[in-house]
Write a protein that binds this ligand. Structure first.
Ligand code: FAD
Length: 524
């Protein structure tokens, strides 16, 4: 017999199977030995009440064997000699587009400006230790894209649940822990992502796909408004029946190229602000309503939002037990972001706190047309570079000092490796952003008492939340309205935000690309 149950239990019960069995036996009024198996369907933390509990949705097997586990094993046909589609960018979108193309019997040639994941690591060390930013290999560019050295949180607001399940299962088939299939807030961790990305690369190569690293697309081959291929930095021409453009939101040269070639792009709203760092112990005590966190609970996350003078101010990519990292993609700019290892065991909690930016907020730049938001973003990142001391060191200010607009006489310890420099962040951020942040930080303290403290530090700037440019596409065919065979994809095109939604959009672009080729070949 099987019984479905939803329970809220103490964390130690949720992690110890024998305690969980005892609990369930009492709950179901049966003997413990009658419970032959427990399958957890969903798991989340419920920290609303005084004592944090774990919510479990489970199936209890009573006097009946647990069915054999059937893991999803995707099948990839051999496509070496099949029609070719070009995928530009090997981030989550490019990876999942390539996998889906293979499933559909198409050979992907993936073109990636950065290096393979192992070699890329050296360039990350150079940013942190020698302050050198390689414009082709950094925290955003290289195998796995911005997703590889990301935090690896896998939540999405995307409502395409079917695709979500498949993406998560594909990640598990390539080495991610099965926990991501049941956790409400799944997380992989930056230390686990490189192996996963390597396994996906291997799948693509084994199936006859191609991946070209250290290869930057610098031009498109277009005849009669139809894309025939791309030209790389060495002048090589690579041809394909269609091109999926999945270059992420930091590939400014791609936006410049599109603009120069008069291929339609639009300015779009985005968000910009700072990254705040607290001691994780403080966040744990606020969120779990206790002095110290139970050893059975993970480092506590938080999510904050406040409406300030008609703009949303909200936490973005919160990383419990994590690190702040330098995410610039060119010399002369400061961009910060956050990540955490799978155990989330650093003593710091960081989060982007950003203000939504509407088109009217960067009117001053309207002479740049579709690139107005990008110019606005770029100028702020450059100011942060100048104030940080013209290295990768970030300008920083204690939280209450920022609100009082006072230069911090000293700065607290931080997880940000390249170092921080005391500065007035109001000199980096325009007034419409800094004044809203100041009001929001005070308001956040009403939701999380103790959050507003001068022991917390702000680093500038959190500017790459989403793309300031949209590459338009037909909402059904996903093809660019002007260039046949061009599929603007995921975050860089303005249709995704985060690993999972980018992966889902990659799959969708591959499917629509397949449908369009099918249609074209039939009508030949
Ligand atoms: C530090 C950090 C932490 C993050 N944490 C999370 C998180 O926890 N959860 C989450 O959901 N999201 C997180 N993100 C965001 C997430 O990584 C992105 O949303 C996601 O990677 C976007 O996927 P994408 O494939 O659209 O683009 P990208 O991942 O940006 O990939 C684009 C790829 O295109 C390549 N490229 C660019 N231009 C060219 C060119 N001209 N020629 C060839 N190749 C090119 C780039 O090198 C890059 O590899 C984080 C990002 C960072 C930087």
């Amino acid at each position: 017999m099987q019984t479905l149950l939803q329970i809220n239990v103490l964390p130690e019960i949720a992690v110890h199977e024998h305690l969980l069995k005892q609990y369930l036996a009492t709950e179901l009024q049966i003997e413990e030995k009658q419970i032959t198996g427990i399958k957890i369907n969903k798991r989340s933390i419920d920290a609303r009440s005084k004592e944090a509990k774990i919510f479990l949705d489970l199936t209890v097997y009573i006097n009946e064997a647990l069915p054999e586990k059937k893991n999803y094993t995707p099948e990839y046909p051999y496509v070496k000699n099949k029609p070719v589609v070009i995928v530009v960018g090997f981030g989550p979108a490019g990876m999942f587009a390539a996998l889906r193309l293979i499933e559909l019997g198409i050979k992907p040639i993936v073109i990636e400006r950065g290096k393979d994941v192992r070699t890329r690591r050296r360039d990350l060390a150079a940013i942190n230790k020698e302050q050198i930013v390689n414009p082709d290999s950094n925290y955003c560019f290289g195998e796995g894209g911005a997703g590889t050295y990301s935090d690896g949180k896998l939540y999405t607001r995307s409502n395409k649940r079917g695709n979500l399940k498949k993406v998560l299962e594909t990640l598990v088939a390539h080495g991610a822990k099965e926990d991501i299939l049941i956790d409400t807030h799944p997380h992989i961790g930056t230390n686990k992502l490189p192996n996963l990305v390597t396994a996906i690369r291997q799948t693509i190569i084994n199936a006859g796909g191609e991946i070209l690293f250290d290869t930057r697309v610098e031009d498109f081959i277009i005849h009669d408004n139809c894309i025939k291929g791309v030209i790389t930095q060495t002048g090589d021409k690579i041809e394909g029946l269609a091109t999926i453009l999945a270059t992420g939101h930091s590939a400014r040269d791609i936006y410049y190229l599109l603009d120069k070639k008069k291929i339609l792009i639009d300015a779009k709203p985005f968000a910009l602000g700072v990254r705040v760092e607290h001691q994780q112990a403080l966040i744990d005590s606020i969120q779990y309503h206790c002095k110290t966190r139970s050893e059975y609970l993970p480092a506590a996350p938080y999510s904050l939002v406040e409406q300030v003078e008609k703009r949303g101010v909200f936490s973005f990519c919160m990383c419990p037990g994590g690190f702040i990292v330098p995410a610039a993609t060119s010399p002369g700019e400061i961009v910060v972001n956050g990540m955490s290892p799978s155990k989330r065991d650093s003593k710091f909690a960081n989060s982007g706190i950003v203000v939504s930016i509407e088109l009217e907020d960067f009117k001053k730049y309207e002479s740049f047309g579709a690139l107005a938001g990008l110019k606005f973003q770029q100028e702020i990142e450059h100011k942060a570079f100048l104030l940080g001391g013209k290295t990768v060191a970030a300008p920083a200010q204690r939280l209450c000092d920022f609100v009082d607009n006072k230069l911090s006489a000293s700065l607290p310890e931080t997880s940000y490796q390249p170092g921080i420099t005391s500065a007035l962040l109001t000199e980096v951020l325009p007034y419409h952003i800094s004044s809203r942040l100041q009001l929001a930080f005070k308001a956040f303290d009403k939701k999380m008492y103790g959050y507003y403290t001068n022991e917390a530090v702000l680093l500038g700037v959190e500017s790459r939340t989403s793309s300031p440019v949209r590459i338009p596409r037909n909402s059904e065919t996903l093809e660019h309205p002007q260039i046949k065979g061009l599929f603007p994809c995921a975050e860089g095109a303005g249709y995704a935000g985060g690993i999972i939604s980018a992966a889902i959009d990659g799959e969708r672009c591959a499917e629509m690309c397949f449908a369009s080729l099918h249609h074209r070949l039939l009508n030949k």
